[in-house]
Ligand binder design. Structure first.
Ligand SMILES: Nc1nc2c(ncn2[C@@H]2O[C@H](COP(=O)(O)OP(=O)(O)OP(=O)(O)O)[C@@H](O)[C@H]2O)c(=O)[nH]1
Ligand SMILES: [Mg+2]
Length: 305
């Protein structure tokens, strides 16, 4: 049964992919079995993380990248985390329409993931969805996320190249970029270079990056996504990117830590429902016979058994 499904996923069957991703969204327990099988296909395709300030033009930029990749005959998977604005741009819209018409095969597969929902659900869903896209042989997988919350910043750790996008006119833009993003960026894009202040934004970014980043300044590329300027430079930078030898270590360490955290949380939560030992610990804390700090040690001893 799962063999048939895996075959379909491998062939990029849109319906099979969409169904599996829905099961991932709904934390269907059957899903892990399939994902285990799919793992052998992971770690071979390009994964780009596109993050940065809200409204900087990430989606517009991604649409242009996608149309470039499509011209080169590459298939693309996009994971959009909590998209506030839908994708625009002929390339993607065109493919979306084609997707609807054929419904069996598509070269651009877009999946939106909502941040609202279960604890830690965001990163877990994205990690699993990317595994499905890798198995479905998407040559390039792009993760779009707003770089504001910690979860959103962390998730780009699964990308082999991280593009941090900013733009002039977004207020205290550079300050708003988390230090963590400056660290994790492989390339910076100052989009909306058609607007006043783009050079100033680039300079501020350079200063901030020099302050915060050890080991070499990362490239800063100016783009104007509306008039399609500077995109070539970004494409070259993506093409030339040397994936760090430590990339897969970083990626899978993040994935394992995430899954361990989720699993532990689940065990602790359900234990408070049905484990006499945990309930007893809780009662002791409520009666103030035990402090919560000692309680943590006790709980960990029990769940690690
Ligand atoms: N002037 C100008 N406007 C742009 C440029 N790129 C994008 N925009 C506009 O900026 C707005 C936001 O663009 P999006 O691509 O949705 O930005 P985003 O970063 O994906 O936004 P969120 O996903 O909501 O964080 C849209 O109205 C775009 O048309 C550009 O290079 N110049
Ligand atoms: Mg967007």
């Amino acid at each position: 049964m799962s063999n048939g499904l895996i075959k379909k996923i491998r062939s990029g069957d849109v319906l099979a992919m969409a169904k599996l991703m829905r099961d991932i969204d709904n934390s269907n327990p059957e899903v892990d079995k399939i994902l285990k099988e799919l793992f052998k296909f992971s770690g071979k395709n390009r994964i780009l993380g596109v993050t940065g300030l809200p409204g900087a033009g990430k989606s517009t930029l991604i649409s242009l990248l996608v149309s470039h990749f499509r011209k080169k005959g590459k298939s693309v998977g996009i994971v959009a985390v909590d998209p506030t604005s839908p994708f625009s741009g002929g390339a993607i819209l065109g493919d979306r329409i084609r997707m609807k018409e054929h419904n069996v095969d598509s070269d651009v597969f877009i999946k939106s993931v909502a941040t609202r929902g279960a604890f830690g659900g965001l990163s877990k869903s994205v990690v699993d969805i990317v595994h499905v896209m890798e198995a479905a042989k998407k040559d390039i997988i792009i993760i779009e996320t707003v770089g504001v919350g910690q979860d959103e910043v962390d998730i780009v750790k699964i990308a082999d190249q991280v593009i941090v996008v900013t733009a002039p006119g977004l207020g205290d833009d550079i300050q708003a970029i988390k230090a963590g993003l400056l660290e994790i960026a492989d390339v910076f894009v100052v989009n909306k270079s058609d607007l006043q202040g783009a050079d100033k934004t680039a300079q501020e970014l350079k200063d901030a990056a020099e302050d915060k980043i050890s080991g070499g300044l990362k490239p800063i590329i100016l783009t104007d996504s509306i008039h399609e300027k500077g995109i070539e430079d970004l494409i070259v930078s993506i093409g030339n990117h040397k994936i760090r030898s430590s990339y897969l270590d970083r990626r899978y360490r993040f994935e394992i830590e995430l899954k361990v955290r989720d699993r532990l949380m689940e065990i602790v939560r359900s234990s408070f429902e049905d484990s006499k030992d945990l309930i007893a610990i809780l009662k002791s804390v409520s009666k103030r016979e035990l402090d919560p700090y000692t309680a943590v040690d006790e709980v960990l001893k029990i769940v690690a058994r």
